[in-house]
Design a protein around this ligand. Structure first.
Ligand code: HEC
Ligand code: HEC
Length: 225
């Protein structure tokens, strides 16, 4: 027969276990490993790295896990620190991040101006995460192992070859990267038709076309996330 004090102690111990296991929930890991100081999910978080509210749309789980294993092995000059995450935390974070497809914004993505309800193309480029692959102002520079030259290309020289409606349908469909002979590129572009509205795409393409005419600019990439 268990006495009451012992029974209460058991309850406390069990409650303790529940608290400990909820502390390793992936969303909590994101905060406890300091990820949020550089990355936003929803409206909360820093600006030194790309917004991750939609990272699960643009990056497959396996890619995320590889990136987390060693950002510098993937991109030698990245500002993301090597954190040597425990394997279990890395897997839990990869699961968590690959499910993020914009839910935290609900129907209110951050690129809609509440004054006139018009989408802002540059903000779409940054917040939906085009910037994570094509770099600030489309300058490129993110690795694509197996892709042509090993990189995701800079956009401005390519944009000049498109008409506006061609560009919109390319973005809706997504794009398979050109690969080096005999290889398969690791990164392809997802389609954006389920994510971006017709008005969003229109605004985004207007922004891209300003890049095409301005050409690549210099600057600190960290300013732009
Ligand atoms: C000091 C700031 C910093 C911290 C802390 C940080 N990151 Fe990053 N992260 C970056 C930067 C900068 C990039 C962009 C990589 C690049 O292009 O160089 C990035 C890229 C990423 C990407 C790829 C985004 C994409 O769409 O391509 C993921 C995923 C990511 N970080 C997850 C995490 C997680 C999870 C943590 C915590 C364990 C974390 N980051 C901690 C700065 C940071
Ligand atoms: C996960 C990485 C990734 C993201 C995110 C991404 N792209 Fe791409 N994009 C690519 C790759 C890879 C290609 C194919 C490049 C090639 O031809 O090898 C591409 C191709 C393109 C092209 C066509 C260029 C050409 O080859 O003619 C345009 C335009 C473009 N992307 C714009 C965007 C815009 C705008 C966004 C944001 C809505 C975006 N991309 C998001 C990876 C990405």
């Amino acid at each position: 027969m268990i006495e009451w004090p012992m029974f209460l102690r058991l309850i406390f111990i069990l409650a303790g276990c529940v608290t400990v296991s909820s502390a390793v929930e992936p969303a909590a890991l994101f905060d406890s490993h300091g990820c949020r100081s550089c990355h936003k999910i929803g409206e909360r978080g820093g600006n030194s790295g790309p917004d991750l509210t939609m990272v699960g749309h643009r990056r497959p789980r396996a890619w995320i896990e590889k990136w987390l294993a060693s950002p510098r092995a993937y991109k030698h000059d990245t500002k993301m620190p090597e954190q040597g995450l425990p394997v279990a935390d890395r897997a839990a974070l990869a699961n968590f991040l690959s499910e993020l497809k914009g839910q935290a914004w609900g129907d209110d993505p951050p690129w809609i101006d509440h004054g006139d309800h018009a989408p802002d193309g540059r903000r779409i480029y940054v917040r939906a995460g085009c910037i994570a692959c094509h770099g600030p102002a489309g300058r490129g520079g993110h690795p694509n192992p197996g892709g042509r030259g090993g990189w995701i290309p800079a956009l401005p020289p390519l944009l000049a070859t498109y008409k506006k409606d061609e560009l919109i349908s390319k973005l809706k469909r997504g794009a398979k990267a050109d690969a080096e002979p005999g290889r398969v590129a690791e990164v392809d572009m997802p389609g954006w038709d389920k994510i971006l509205s017709a008005a969003d795409l229109e605004a985004l393409v207007d922004y891209l076309l300003t890049l095409a005419s301005a050409g690549p600019k210099d600057g600190n990439p960290q300013d732009d996330f």
